[in-house]
Design a protein around this ligand. Sequence first.
Ligand code: WT7
Length: 588
Amino acid sequence: MAALIHKTLNANEPAPNLMDYRAMRATFSWDIACTERAGLPHGGLNIAFEAVDRWVASGQGEVAALRWLGKNGERRDISYTELARLSNRFAHSLEQLGIGPGDRVCVLAGRIPELYITALGTLKAGAVFCPLFSAFGPEPVRVRLVKSQARVLVTTTLLYQRKIREQRNNLPDLEHILLTDSDGSEPGTHSFHTLLETGPDHRSPPRTQPEDWALLHFTSGTTGTPKGAIHVHQAVVAHQLTGRWVLDLRPGDIYWCTADPGWVTGVSYGIIAPLVNGATLVVDEAEFDARRWYAILGRERVNVWYTAPTAIRMLMKAGTEATQGHDLSALRFMASVGEPLNPEAVTWSLATLGRPFHDTWWQTETGAIMITNYRTLDIRPGSMGQPLPGIEAAIVRRRPGGGVDRLEPGEEGELALRAGWPSMFRSYLDDAERYQQCFADGWYLSGDLAICDIDGYFWFVGRNDDVIKTSGHLIGPFEVENVLMEHPAVAEAGMIGKPDEFAGQIVKAFVALKPSYVPSDALRKELLGFARTRLGPAVAPRELEFMPDLPKTRSGKIMRRLLRARELGLPLGDVSTLESENPEEPDA
Ligand code: WT7
């Protein structure tokens, strides 16, 4: 085990926002935190109002809310005042289109300013914001548009042409498509900017209530189509507190979250938490590049940085040379999320950047950080840390007949959280049964396996299901298998996460062919290309192996666990333990 990282306070730095973790944990109450959120002038609560307009009202409107760094070297600041105006205009445009409370507005775009305006304007209109990852292919996009029943999609001309246009007739709910770079040549679309121009800068505050729907984030399970996790405006209480206590954000900070807003981190911590805490959020449109990243950290004088283990491992690979010539002295706090943060990454960051990365654990469903290492507390490298004040975490085992038992320190089991925090998801869209299955005896069951040590630090072990984590993105095997099954040569397909040095896991496909087809390198490439065209590079398998047939249960379900065991060289004979790992997954 890597040595403990001992923390001492640096007198030259601002005092930590959460000075005494234990005292706060002993006294904290969400009820009080919720009342402390000032909310809307006439009552109610709205995430966008908390994030933007409140700062304008209190005289900080000229501070940069967003610093956009374009792929080609552009640099544009958008102040809180300007963001308030633009999001007002967008909210107005939505209303003009007849979009109102509860309606879903999806966005499919890279990290461009219009995405941020859409998110905040949608929330102001009382509608539900749903981001779609721009590296999704046409099929994941279609599935999510159908399931969300989106009435509006904001996207770019290129993404529209590549992923939407051909299937538009199969999207009956989708009434309006707003192109951020429209030149008027795409029939059946609106120009985002023309619509914005017609709107007023000011409008009366939104009318949303704490329990009104605000955000829809799709996430994946072992089976079935993606699940749409619904979050409400009240979630902003958890975004604000975790931004303040965990990321140690304060007004005036320059903050960079490298996560894409196509996923929950890029919205909760790439938009909401930093703005609610009055920071300037750096948005880089470009993809990962070690030198570019260090240049951004140095030139923009980033104070707080939130990134992911895959990126950290790539920075490690780039070597210390890449940091040279960049003054990283403004960095005060660094955190990581999405996959296990290996101890080497923590010790590397301490040696190379002069600060350790702080692991944070949470999920789409939890809406905000739940377990973490705090600025003031010692770090046990490899551990996810301790629960947020207000969060009770435990390791449990599901009882066969329902309910759960709490396990002892040191015992491995499922990580559970006592239900009822503000950013807890309120439902899976149109799937009450799957929602209910996530709870037992008042606990939310995370699906993660973990251990809690005697001092209350949590250690991640793995998942208790078949979902795949690749570069921090959660991929549902079923979604990938479904697409491969559409190819005429494929009889059976099974996906697993294959361990990878950088991405954590990569998606690997096992395929059994129909009788008239023979395995060949050409066919393997064709199948990989087929999957990539439909699913997009973020989801498609990177490796594919042919098998005469795939291991199945008596009822015909593919046993991904056996595929995994085979890949990892685990004893195949040990089928009983492999199967019993997941009590939820009956084999017949
Ligand atoms: C799953 C949730 C967290 C928001 C972005 C991902 C894994 C998350 C950690 C961590 C080890 C982690 C878990 C979790 N995960 N954080 N610090 N250490 N694993 O949200 O896509 O819903 O994924 O990511 O397996 O269940 P998500």
